[in-house]
Ligand binder design. Structure first.
Ligand code: LMG
Ligand code: NDP
Ligand code: PMR
Length: 399
């Protein structure tokens, strides 16, 4: 009773606050972004919809760079390929949810060989068969992102396989919304940031060398982000909000012993840790872009695939949440996407020539058309990106 009241209280607060900000786009906390406009693009909330019902056309989103949803692999893409071979793409966490759906979409195209980088390789094999990815189009390899030793071993084993690397998709993630105390990776980092950010940070840094060597025409590193890490959206304002603060916890190693397990040095909060990890993912993509795009020609991109409310990401949430979340997203926020649709979206970012721009955070509107979205102030702060990069480099012992 008390718990629920608190939750509902915080929602009311969040919504009211959002409304206030919408009215004043000059507010410094939301500088450069219009929540109203954003809202129209990514969801249609009942309050907004009710007002717009008589003038539907006014709610057509203004989109900066729109590309109509195209098939995974177009004829132009095939024609422009320097190499005649299939593309080789590593997808982390391809044993479930978005990663599996992306593997399926790419596997069906016949143009890709998918390396399914998974912590449970028996499950990965089982799921690949269950969704019908042709056997010759995938390889399962073991990768546990919660162990940096496993990450190094994976990079090594992959290299020794002799397969070129053309695209890397950092997709795997864990989310502990109900955890009261933190859990830790093999190296003692808080689990969500350790897995979602640090594991992928080391993996992508190591595999950059392999990507550089590939002769593929459009080499890409894609790091999955999310709306909930972006405080310039309604979803990003549902408490607890992402906030990396001055990075004191990250700098201390997130070990929860001498120092806080949270990046900002605060009390442990599983939901916040997840959102913080997504901010790190989006900052890492941009720092990669600044450091390596020009030199290597590699495309670095992030995306919000939509709210895929049915995936394993919510496995640790309370049963009531798991029951209500999908209909809530489907009928109220309209932000819901199926795993299949989300997989097609990420597959576009892997292979579509029209989504080859580097440094972009892709999103899709309600008609499934992609557009370059705007990140929140914190998730696009170059200074913070640089600091996160430098601290992370030390933590994973690259520097
Ligand atoms: C934080 O807050 C915790 O502090 C943190 O530790 C972490 O756990 C984090 O994100 C995880 O949450 C807790 C809260 C989020 O998350 C919950 O655990 C909620 C539990 C679910 C309780 C369900 C109660 C349903 C009551 C209905 C209320 C109606 C609201 C509908 C909104 C419509 C607006 C017009 O904190 C919050 O801010 C959310 C609190 C509300 C819970 C909402 C959960 C989503 C599901 C909502 C269902 C709505 C009805 C669906 C019906 C659809 C069919 C028409
Ligand atoms: P799932 O839980 O379905 O998929 C996550 C995958 O990550 C699973 O395959 C899981 O493996 C794997 N994984 C977890 N921990 C590790 C680890 N230590 N080492 C290797 N793999 C690991 O969730 P989603 O498909 O929803 O999530 C995929 C991505 O999409 C995440 O980056 C998430 O942040 C992002 N996202 C999701 C949204 C959503 O609404 N669902 C919205 C926005 C972004 P296993 O199969 O063994 O459990
Ligand atoms: Mg959110 C209005 C649009 C919207 C969208 C697109 C999402 C996406 N959410 C929206 C709104 C709301 N959510 C509102 C109004 C509420 C209060 C009722 C709400 C609540 C909520 C909870 C409790 N939402 C959640 C949770 C989670 O536990 C999820 C989370 O934050 O995980 C970190 C979540 C999500 N909402 C989303 C998306 C995409 C998530 C999944 C997490 C992610 O990958 O970012």
């Amino acid at each position: 009773g008390t718990l629920l009241q608190t939750h509902i209280g915080s929602v009311a607060f969040a919504l009211q606050k959002e409304g206030g900000h919408s009215a004043s786009t000059k507010d410094s906390a939301f500088r450069g972004v219009s929540l109203v406009e954003h809202g129209k693009k990514e969801f249609s909330f009942p309050v907004i919809r009710a007002k717009k019902v008589t003038s539907r056309n006014t709610s057509v989103p203004r989109i900066r760079a729109q590309t109509v949803a195209a098939p995974v692999e177009t004829k132009e893409a095939r024609a422009s390929k320097k190499t005649d071979r299939k593309g080789n793409v590593i997808i982390t966490g391809a044993s479930s949810g978005l990663g599996l759906a992306t593997a399926k979409a790419l596997g069906e195209s016949g143009e890709w060989h998918i390396i399914m980088a998974c912590r449970d390789f028996l499950k990965a094999e089982r799921m690949a068969r269950a969704v019908g990815i042709p056997k010759e189009n995938y390889t399962v390899m073991h990768l546990d992102l919660a162990s940096l030793e496993s990450v190094r071993q994976f990079a090594d084993t992959f290299r020794r396989s002799g397969r070129p690397l053309d695209v890397l998709v950092c997709n795997a993630a864990v989310y502990f919304p109900t955890a009261k105390v933190p859990t830790f990776t093999a190296e003692g980092f808080e689990m969500s940031v350790g897995t979602n950010h640090l594991g992928h940070f080391l993996l992508s840094r190591l595999l950059l060398e392999d990507l550089k060597k590939s002769d593929f025409d459009s080499k890409r590193v894609i790091i999955v982000g999310s709306i909930t890490g972006n405080t310039n959206t309604l979803a990003g304002n549902i408490p607890p909000k992402a906030n990396l603060g001055d990075l004191r916890g990250l700098a201390g190693g997130l070990n929860g012993v001498n120092i806080s397990p949270m990046i900002d040095g605060g009390e442990f909060d599983g939901a916040k840790a997840y959102k913080d990890s997504k901010v790190c993912n989006m900052l890492t993509m941009q720092e990669f872009h600044r450091r390596y795009h020009e030199e290597t020609g590699i495309t670095f991109a992030s995306l919000y695939p939509g709210c895929i409310a049915t995936t394993g990401l919510f496995r640790e949430h309370i049963p009531l949440f798991r029951l209500l979340f999908p209909p809530f997203q489907k009928y109220i926020t309209k932000g819901f996407v199926s795993e299949d649709e989300a997989g097609k979206r990420l597959a576009q970012v892997v292979s579509n020539p029209s989504l080859a721009k580097s440094g972009v955070y892709w999103s899709w509107n309600n008609n499934s058309a992609s557009f370059e979205n705007q990140l929140s102030e914190e998730a696009s702060d170059p200074e913070k990106a640089k600091k996160v990069w430098e601290i992370s480099e030390k933590l994973v012992e690259l520097a």
